[in-house]
Write a protein that binds this ligand. Structure first.
Ligand code: NFS
Length: 652
């Protein structure tokens, strides 16, 4: 089912293409301020955003506003300041992902020692793989002992001072050599973040290229370090996702049930809340208060975590969070970290909705703080659910739940993709490589990232995803971008009617949608693993930069997206951002380093292209050039390859 076509919600069709959000905005008639209103009321600063010059506020002689022909009080040039600012943003993004990974590494140790009630090791196979990747001996050892050592080893990667972080060894050997040659292999996650803060202090690193090399090293520490640790341990503790069906959008709120929204990024407490939401005692308690049951739904990446493993409905992405509150149907919104609008604190005051913060790292004025401390999961989850139930009878005013929802299929971990393509006993990416080689799949494109209130919600995500599948490109997605296309019914096998003939034939054979939901934003690390596996499978070159693949963040907004874009580019993938400019637009010097410079060094680049059609054409051209270089650009007859022929393909 998909009833989300927004043509009749003028004037909101320029603000959002999501009919559910548009309906809520129309209903509110501007009575309550949302990010959409604030974006119209306040233009963004052209200097701060790097469109016409740049601003340096790293010392108190400034802030200095600098253009190409001027310098700051210390003499800093436009290029230097631009590179410094971008590096700091990348450090913030990498820190957010990695600190999340650190907490999970810590939790793995507690779970191994039995000190984290409600949390246990669910995927032992994945633990063994993770431990091996960390260089841990697993033979004849107890699972808990291995888990404890894996936790300690993972934690040590954050503070490691020398050498190379272990997980980069998952990358193809040729890729590791490129990084080694350019001296950008992360030594330790925290070290790279701290070094950016040092180098960008006034009067330290002044050469844009050198600053950006450290930004690359820091971003790689995110993708192949902090984020990868987060993904791997989340799978170990809560299970590696497998394909499942679910539903999405605001229509998944229930008028007659206690609605609890989980919002943010951490999977831990959310998983426990989901578990207790079906607890008999609590369900009976809800019924005693006049509700028919307890309905758990999600927003942003916590939603993606519990969707991927439990099939819980994501009711919206980043720009849906205020609209969700404005339905008046939410008893309680529980938030942890990242992408939680401060506006929620004030907005919830207009409704009965309780806003509950749970992380010591994120308190919000107007919210009730109920701290999650690893040891109190079940107790806290029950308390939160009970608070929501008690709030059910406090609903005031009219409830407005838009009747908008779509089906989706999620759960495409890299393990599941291998299994689905090769079967449980011969799991393999071979069919994918073969389909790319024979041209039925032209390439693979990651469409990822946020919503941005300065651009129409979901419009670009949907545009690029639809256009790509139409032309036989397999689309893989994470984060808010994944929720975006799911909301329009593009993540179900039925969406194959929009796909090109080649892509459709493959997806029909395997039984998958043309767009694969691979999880939350830290799960972009899954995409890195798949790309490495595709290289290892053979026939498509020796390195990620040989593959006919690309990355797009069409509506990006967060510093995390800048870190992701940088590590994807530095991993050898052409990456394009649209919507708001990357804040380097006024510096031709920095733009050149990130495009031509990184292309030469890393075989991938990161650029901003304002026009979405131009971006699409560029992505397609880049991929077609890769196909040409691999000599697979000609349409071939399908032939069954024997082992010898496959080996020969490796040498293409
Ligand atoms: Ni990613 Fe996920 Fe969404 Fe953007 Fe925020 S929720 S971590 S940063 S807004 S995609």
């Amino acid at each position: 089912m998909n009833n989300n076509d927004n043509n009749d919600y003028s004037p909101y069709k320029d603000i959002t293409v999501d009919r559910a959000v548009a309906e809520i905005l129309r209903e509110s008639q501007g009575r309550l301020s949302t990010a959409f209103d604030r974006a119209l009321a306040m233009k963004c600063c052209p200097i701060g955003s790097g469109i016409s010059g740049i601003c340096c506020k790293n010392c108190s002689m400034g802030p200095c506003r600098v253009r190409e022909d001027t310098v700051g009080l210390c003499g800093a040039t436009l290029g230097t300041i631009t590179a410094r600012n971008l590096a700091r943003q990348i450090a913030a993004g990498a820190a957010a992902h990695s600190d999340h990974g650190r907490d999970l590494a810590h939790l793995l140790g507690l779970a191994a020692e039995g000190k984290a009630p409600g949390i246990e090791i669910k995927d032992e196979l994945k633990l063994m793989k993770f431990a091996r990747n960390l260089g841990i001996e697993i033979k004849d050892r107890d699972v808990k002992e291995i888990a404890l050592e894996a936790s300690e080893k993972a934690l040590s990667l954050f503070g490691q001072q020398h050498g190379e972080i272990d997980l980069i060894k998952i990358a193809p050997p040729a890729r590791q050599e490129i990084w080694r040659k350019n001296n950008v292999i992360p030594r330790g996650v925290d070290r790279e973040i701290v070094e950016i803060m040092h180098r960008t202090h006034a009067g330290v690193d002044q050469e844009p290229e050198n600053i950006l090399s450290q930004a690359v090293r820091c971003a790689l520490a995110d993708g192949w370090g902090g984020s990868m640790i987060a993904t791997e341990i989340t799978d170990i503790l809560f299970n590696t996702p497998e394909a499942l069906r679910a539903k999405t959008n605001l229509g998944m709120l229930r008028e007659d049930e206690v609605n609890i929204v989980i919002h943010g990024h951490e999977p831990t407490l959310s998983e426990i809340i989901v578990e207790y939401s079906s607890d008999n005692e609590l369900v009976e308690y809800a019924k005693s208060k006049g509700a028919k049951g307890i309905n758990i739904v999600g927003i942003c990446c916590t939603a993606n975590e519990i969707l991927m493993r439990q099939g819980i409905a994501p009711i919206g992405n980043f720009l849906s969070q205020e609209a969700a509150i404005m339905t008046g149907a939410i008893e309680l919104m529980v938030v942890d970290i990242q992408c939680i609008m401060q506006a929620l604190g004030r907005l919830t005051q207009n409704y009965h909705t309780k806003l509950v913060t749970t992380s010591p790292k994120c308190k919000i004025p107007g919210a009730i703080h109920m701290e999650f401390r690893d040891v109190n999961g079940p107790e806290l989850a029950k308390e939160i659910i009970k608070m929501a139930i008690d709030n059910f009878s406090e609903r005031k005013g009219e409830i407005h739940i838009p009747d908008v929802s779509s089906d989706l299929v999620a759960g495409f971990s890299h393990e599941y993709i291998r299994y689905m393509l090769g079967g449980r006993f011969r799991e393999s990416l071979r069919p994918l490589n073969d389909a790319i080689i024979d041209g039925r799949i032209q390439g693979v494109v990651g469409v990822v990232g946020c919503n941005n209130a300065r651009h129409c919600q979901d419009k670009y995500h949907n545009f690029v995803a639809r256009e790509l599948i139409k032309r036989d490109y397999l689309v893989v997605q994470t984060g808010c971008s994944a929720i975006s296309t799911a909301k329009y019914g593009l993540m179900v096998p039925e969406a194959l009617e929009y796909a090109g003939e080649g892509l459709r034939s493959i997806c029909e054979t395997v039984g998958i949608p043309p767009i694969l939901h691979m999880g939350s934003c830290v799960d972009n690390s899954r995409i890195l693993t798949v790309l490495s596996d595709v290289v290892e499978e053979g026939g498509l070159g020796d390195d990620i930069s040989d593959l006919p693949v690309a990355g797009i963040a069409p509506e990006w907004m967060s510093e995390k997206a800048l870190s992701i874009g940088t590590y994807v580019a530095a991993s050898g993938v052409y990456t394009a951002f649209s919507g708001e400019p990357i804040p380097v637009e006024s510096s031709p010097e920095v733009k050149k380093i990130m495009t031509e410079g990184w292309q030469k060094k890393y075989g991938g680049q990161l650029e901003y292209i304002m026009d979405i059609e131009e971006l699409l054409n560029k992505v397609i051209n880049v991929i077609q050039e890769k196909r040409k270089a691999l000599k697979i650009d000609m349409k071939k007859e399908r032939v069954l390859l024997d082992m010898e022929a496959r080996r020969a393909l490796k040498d293409v």
